[in-house]
Design a protein around this ligand. Structure first.
Ligand SMILES: Cc1cc2nc3c(=O)[nH]c(=O)nc-3n(C[C@H](O)[C@H](O)[C@H](O)COP(=O)(O)OP(=O)(O)OC[C@H]3O[C@@H](n4cnc5c(N)ncnc54)[C@H](O)[C@@H]3O)c2cc1C
Length: 499
């Protein structure tokens, strides 16, 4: 290597969260000859599970499907706390020798593809002083999550500056925040709000969940008894595989039923809420959404903890709209006042595709919203590039694992055929559709920055693990949408004729 040529790796992975560590595991396992590094913007691994530190932080899907396919989840709780998930990711990185491959404080700013050289040039900002480093790679794989790390979403509230107490966003939880015996208002009704409310209620004087409109909330046992029993009789791997499949089937069935027979599912959820709350509780007002189940992400609460806090009088739900913040709390549009010592704005995330990286192909900027996603993991017109984004209606890792398997299959196929380039190419006859069909505010707010899906295979996003096993794990790589080619400089004349 000459002094001025940048360091070159076969594969660069961007992001050392749950997905990036899983991607590295697959790469080491299936393509052991490949050189690679993980570029991570933060000073530690774990992504989401390291960033979020609010009270009660936990998964809202079970760890038998949020865990990797290759590493059994063996702890007793299936719906588990954030630190345990972080430890699971750390353990994977440690045990499998992935940790030394991570370059921390490496924030990828941009990447540009050159067809002439058949490689990516990746621009990285390092450390606090913003020193720039350039790397090159044959294949670029982003596992950068789906939201902005520097800033959560907070709408502007009238009179914010008047409130005399702390206003906290869950994405930036102040470690020193003391809420013992205080009155808390949590604004929001999503997964974060329903987690925070019972957790804070353990110490606070009272917690009020202030929501503009209700969400579907269902209770699930934190511990999976079948898993616990199976682990007693079977090796961890066998027990894990069985419980994983059980959960995949139950979740898929529930989702399909929600789409096909929404009234039936509504009644089922309603019955669960009725059983969990005191008689006479106004369920219509606080737990009856206007949309159908799974039109937005559903909230799961382990062992009904939210309902228990409400039943004990430690927490309550108010369905109303903020008129303004006041010195003592919040004035509502109904005219009511909510007194508070601390306000928590559990108002969501700012979605961000590819961790904000700018892409260029042969000097042309890639217009992300103008691109179509190939199987929800590659972009039309962007060579040797993949991204990992999980399911929205099931555990993230189910799709992340499949994406990793596919990328490794692709790399092996390219090596086997002597190909240096793979390019997804969308047929112009395929109609475009938004990438996600969720109606949640945070999705609708940012959908125009995301690529599209197509009306047909392999551009259509199925959000269905069982279907995706057939196409992503087992489907042929030589489909009409993927173009494989060999770089002239690296091939023999005979190969060139073949290409
Ligand atoms: C509070 C919360 C709870 C959740 N609970 C669940 C759940 O129960 N079940 C579920 O399925 N999903 C859940 N999710 C979704 C969750 O994000 C995924 O499950 C999973 O953790 C995503 O992992 P990831 O590695 O793809 O992304 P992340 O965890 O977001 O990690 C991405 C990593 O990439 C790094 N990065 C980003 N951009 C760049 C860049 N330009 N350069 C270098 N590095 C970069 C980040 O620093 C980060 O470390 C939850 C999300 C949140 C916010």
């Amino acid at each position: 290597m000459s002094e001025r040529s940048p360091e070159h790796l076969d594969v660069l992975i961007v992001g050392a969260g749950l997905s990036g560590i899983g991607a590295a595991w697959h790469l080491q396992d299936r393509c052991p000859g490949k050189s690679y590094a993980i570029l991570e913007a933060r000073g530690d691994l774990g992504g989401t599970w390291d960033l979020f530190r609010y009270p009660g932080i936990r998964s809202d899907s079970d760890m038998h499907t949020l865990g990797y396919r290759f590493k059994p989840w063996t702890r007793s709780k299936s719906i588990t706390d954030g630190p345990s998930i972080l430890e699971y990711v750390r353990e994977t990185a440690r045990e499998d020798g992935i940790e030394p491959k991570i370059r921390f404080n490496h924030h990828v700013i941009a990447a540009s593809w050159s067809s002439e050289d058949s490689r990516w040039t990746v621009e990285v900002e390092c450390g606090d002083d913003g020193e720039r480093v350039t790397l090159t790679c044959d294949f670029l794989w982003t596992c950068s999550g789906y939201y902005r790390y520097d800033e959560g979403f907070t709408p502007r509230f009238e009179g914010e500056e008047r409130f005399s107490g702390p206003v906290v966003h869950p994405q930036h939880w102040p470690e020193e925040l003391d809420y013992d015996g205080k009155r808390i208002v949590v604004i929001g009704s999503g997964a974060t709000a329903v987690t925070l409310v019972p957790a804070m209620a353990e110490k606070a004087a009272h917690v009020t969940m202030l929501q503009r409109s209700p969400t579907y909330v269902a209770s699930l046992p934190a511990e999976d008894r079948i898993a616990t029993t199976l682990r007693r009789y079977l090796p961890d791997r066998a027990a894990y595989a069985i419980v994983r499949w059980k959960n995949v089937l139950v979740q898929t069935l529930f989702f399909q039923l929600s789409r096909r027979r929404p009234e039936l599912v509504k009644r089922f959820i309603r019955k669960g809420v009725e059983r969990s709350l005191p008689p006479g509780y106004d369920i219509d007002k606080h737990f009856k959404p206007k949309y159908n189940p799974w039109d937005q992400r559903m909230c799961l609460v382990p062992d009904g903890d939210l309902f228990k806090a409400i039943s004990r009088g430690e927490a309550s739900v108010v369905t109303d709209t903020v008129a303004s913040f006041t010195e003592q709390g919040i004035a509502l549009e109904s005219g009511e006042q909510l007194e508070a010592d601390v306000i928590v704005t559990a108002t969501g995330l700012n979605l961000l595709f590819l961790g904000g990286m700018k892409l260029e192909v042969d000097g042309e900027p890639v217009d992300i919203p103008g691109k179509m996603t190939y199987r929800g993991m590659m972009l039309s017109g962007v060579p040797n590039f993949a991204f990992t984004v999980g399911y929205t209606n099931a555990s993230w890792t189910l799709k992340a694992d499949l994406t990793s398997e596919f990328v490794c299959r692709l790399l092996r196929h390219m090596d086997g055929g002597g190909y240096s380039r793979v390019l997804p190419e969308a047929d112009t006859s395929i109609a475009e559709a938004p990438l996600l069909d969720f109606t949640s505010g945070y999705v609708l707010r940012s959908l125009d920055q995301f690529p599209k899906q197509g009306s047909e295979e392999p551009w259509k996003l199925r959000q269905n693990y069982i279907f995706d096993i057939g196409t992503i794990r087992r489907g042929s790589l030589e489909d009409s949408a993927l173009r494989f080619s060999r770089a002239a400089a690296r091939t023999s004349p005979a190969d060139r004729i073949a290409a």
